[in-house]
Structures are given as structure tokens and as C-alpha cells.
Design a protein around this ligand. Structure first.
Ligand SMILES: [Zn+2]
Length: 435
């Protein structure tokens, strides 16, 4: 059965499944909205398909395409190699083979091939980490992720745009660094349509994903400026609704670029001042401008500003991030916590718990979590205190998750609460057995 995935939209509405093609730009252009959007162009001499979405939506994608055109697919373009953009190929290929048609050209960035190789090497790891990141919507990553890929036939090199014509339209393909190092965006000058992939997701850019490899904030900003320079009338984002109107598109691209420049330049400035991560991070939180915070297209629906700070820091800095030599070869958190508890003397677990409860009452949730971790990491033999520390931590994580906007943050917090749930169950079982 096809699992239903939610679509993240700019107005935060939840859409289900794969929507029917929506026609725009005078009739030959379609957006097929799903968890990852596809763009379809009827050129009069065959179809151009920008992104083919999730593996499990492949069959429906084909049905959606055939519902508006019986023409052959001549080109498929991958905006980047992520699983929600270029894995829905199986049914398309089967249909082509059945009809004895020629295979379409597949256009992708040269780094997309390296990405596919990496997916093969790290198959299990990626399934595990995507199960964390997408916990609320993907129950079985085996159904989604695949080491098999439809490989590119036209390979775009960095800094080498590629142009082709088909039927009534011409297509400009531009390679970029952005969310990934294999990003591509496409422009059709006749109708001024920009297909951006995840360079635009109608929310704060996913520029510092905590699970994933390095992203490129400055290059991303410059890519959005290049897109704005083309004065598109229509912008088909990687996720979310079609964006229409020259001025609106320009504003959205430029404010997003400005937000990326801001986080990049402010972190760089602080690196040049010899600051370490903690100082940079907390200063950056204080100076985040309201014009970004409140902008409808910069809401932290998926990633968030805090993640972006990490991204810039990691782009230019090594892993030694505190400047404190104690942290060069750190002891285990458990051992440190045990020593703290032991140094404080008997009954200190209760004191820490009492203090954490006070902090929670004062809405100092983050500090409460740190104090609770001393008890939890110490794995104290005082089972009642340990149990209550877990319970309070779980309660705080759920509370924070509930009011959190970012999909990724929400999943991390809920995952933590869920894991604690099974620990609590074990502790209660142990208690029942010993009673
Ligand atoms: Zn995507």
C-alpha cells in the first residue's frame, strides 16, 4: 500500500498524497505537487520533467502525467539527488520499455553521481538517520530509500551551465551549491518559469540539517540572487505551492538570500573576532532581525535559523568548538555525571531533581534538561529519583516539541520523548518485579 506522506506548504497546511497536475504559464506547464514537487512541460515535441519525486509515488506520478499528455518524456532533470526528488523512476522506465520508446535524457549535476555512490556505501546508516529525521511521517524507510537509481546521461559540471531546446521552448540549466553540492535549477525564458528544487522551499532554508552533511549558505544566497535576476513570472519550488508574480518572486528570493547572507556574514565576523561556538551561537540568537523572523516565507517549517548558525560554523571550522582543552579528549558523560553526584554527597540526586522542577516551573526548560541529564547520566541507584528525572525530561521534551514549528526539531524532540518512554517502562517493570 502506498503510504501517505504530508506535504509541507508555505501556509503550513497539510496536504495528502500526490495532487493532480496544476496548469500554469499559458497551458504547457504543470506543477505536480507532492512531498517533493515535479514540474512538467509539454513542448510540442515531447515532455520535459523536472524532478520525479519519491520512489513510492512513481506509479501515481506517471498516471498524473498521462492525465494531461500522451507525449513521450524526452528529458528528466534532477534538481538534486535527494530521495524525494529523483527516485520515482521505476514506472516511468517500465512504461517507456513497454512502448518501445527511447529512454529520455537524464540531466543531473556531476556530484549527484557521487551522491548515489555514497547512498550505496551508507545505505543502512541513511535509512537509520532518515527514520530519525522523518519519524512522524515515514514509518518504514525501506519503502522509501533505495540504492538503485536512474543515472544521469547528461552530466552538468560545476560552473558550466547547459542549454537545450525542445519544441517551442528553450531550457537553461544552472549548477549550484545550496542545500546540496549537486543542486540544479532550470529556467525557461519564453514563459519566464524558474524550477528551483530545494533552493526554494517557501520557508527558512534547510541549511544546517543536524543529521546531514555540510550545506552552503553563501552559495545558496548567490543562487537565489541569480534566480531573481531572471525576473521569473512563475517559480516552482522544491516543496510547497507554485509561486506566481514577478515582484513577489523577486522579493521572496531576495529576502531569503538576505537571510542567508546575514547568518553567513555574522558568523564569519565572529570567527574573525576569535570567538568559539557557544559565544557565537548565543550572540546570533540575540541579533536575529524581526524582518526575517516574521517573514511568511522564512518561517522555520522544516529547518531553522539555529541550525544555520551551526552550518556556517562547520563550513569554516574544525570539530574542536569550545576552546576548552578539557574537551579535547572528553571523558564519558556518564562518568562525569557520576563524579558530580558523588562530589555533592548523599541525597544530591534529590537536590538536582528538586532544582530541575523549580527551573521547569520558571519556564527555564533548557536549563532544567541540563540538570536532569546529570541525574540521568549518572544512572543513580536511587531508582525513584531516576524515574522522576526521566518523567520530567519526557514531559519537557513533549512540551517543547508541541510548541516547536520546525519539522526536524519536532521529530528530534518527540524521538527523545519516545525513547524515554521505553526506559520508563523498563524502570516501572523492574520496580514492579522488586516490589
Ligand atoms: Zn526536498
Amino acid at each position: 500500500m502506498v503510504e501517505i506522506l504530508r506535504i509541507i506548504t508555505e501556509d503550513n497546511k497539510i496536504l495528502l498524497g500526490l495532487l493532480p497536475p496544476e496548469q500554469f504559464a499559458g497551458g504547457d506547464f504543470y506543477i505536480i505537487s507532492s512531498f517533493g514537487n515535479s514540474g512538467l512541460v509539454e513542448t510540442g515535441d515531447g515532455l520535459v520533467l523536472f524532478d520525479i519525486g519519491l520512489r513510492q509515488y512513481g506509479r501515481n506520478l506517471l498516471k498524473r502525467i498521462w492525465s494531461v499528455s500522451n507525449s513521450q518524456i524526452k528529458y528528466i532533470i534532477y534538481s538534486h539527488g535527494h530521495f524525494d526528488h529523483c527516485f520515482g523512476y521505476k514506472h516511468i522506465v517500465a512504461e517507456i520499455n513497454e512502448n518501445g520508446w527511447e529512454m529520455p535524457e537524464i540531466i543531473a549535476h556531476e556530484n549527484c553521481i557521487k551522491r548515489f555512490e555514497k547512498y550505496k556505501m551508507l545505505d543502512k546508516y541513511h535509512k537509520w538517520l532518515n527514520a530519525q529525521q522523518f519519524a512522524s511521517i515515514i514509518k518504514d524507510t525501506d519503502k522509501i530509500l533505495d540504492v538503485n537509481t536512474l543515472n544521469p546521461t547528461i552530466i552538468i559540471k560545476d560552473n558550466e551551465p547547459y542549454f537545450f531546446k525542445l519544441g517551442k521552448y528553450s531550457f537553461e540549466i544552472y549548477p549550484e551549491n545550496g542545500e546540496t553540492d549537486d543542486a540544479i535549477w532550470m529556467f525557461c525564458p519564453e514563459k519566464k518559469v524558474a524550477f528551483t528544487g530545494d533552493l526554494m522551499i517557501s520557508s527558512y532554508p534547510n541549511v544546517g540539517n543536524p543529521f546531514k552533511v555540510q550545506r552552503y549558505p553563501k552559495d545558496w544566497a548567490e543562487a537565489l540572487e541569480k534566480i531573481a535576476d531572471k525576473n521569473p513570472e512563475f517559480l516552482l519550488p522544491g516543496h510547497g505551492k507554485l509561486i506566481e508574480g514577478k515582484d513577489k518572486i523577486k522579493n521572496i528570493c531576495l529576502i531569503t538570500a538576505e537571510a542567508l547572507h546575514f547568518v553567513h556574514d555574522e558568523v564569519v565576523k565572529r570567527l574573525n573576532q576569535g570567538k568559539w561556538f557557544e559565544e557565537i551561537y548565543h550572540e546570533m540568537l540575540k541579533i536575529y532581525p524581526d524582518k526575517f523572523k516574521n517573514h511568511p516565507y522564512l518561517q522555520p517549517v522544516y529547518g531553522c535559523y539555529q541550525f544555520a548558525i551551526h552550518s556556517v560554523y562547520r563550513l569554516y571550522h574544525g570539530w574542536y568548538d569550545t576552546g576548552n582543552p578539557t574537551d579535547l579528549f572528553p571523558a564519558k558523560r556518564n562518568d562525569i555525571a557520576k563524579e558530580i553526584i558523588s562530589a555533592m554527597g548523599s541525597g544530591s540526586e534529590e537536590q538536582f531533581l528538586k532544582h530541575a522542577i523549580e527551573l521547569e516551573k520558571e519556564n527555564k526548560h533548557q536549563l532544567a534538561l541540563h540538570i536532569l541529564d546529570i541525574i540521568i547520566d549518572s544512572q543513580t541507584t536511587n531508582n525513584l529519583v531516576l524515574l522522576n528525572a526521566y518523567k520530567l525530561k519526557q514531559q519537557i521534551l513533549k512540551y517543547l516539541a508541541k510548541k516547536e514549528q520546525s519539522f526536524i526539531v519536532k521529530n528530534i524532540l518527540y524521538n527523545g520523548a519516545r525513547q524515554i518512554g521505553s526506559v520508563i517502562k523498563h524502570l516501572l517493570d523492574d520496580k514492579a518485579n522488586s516490589d
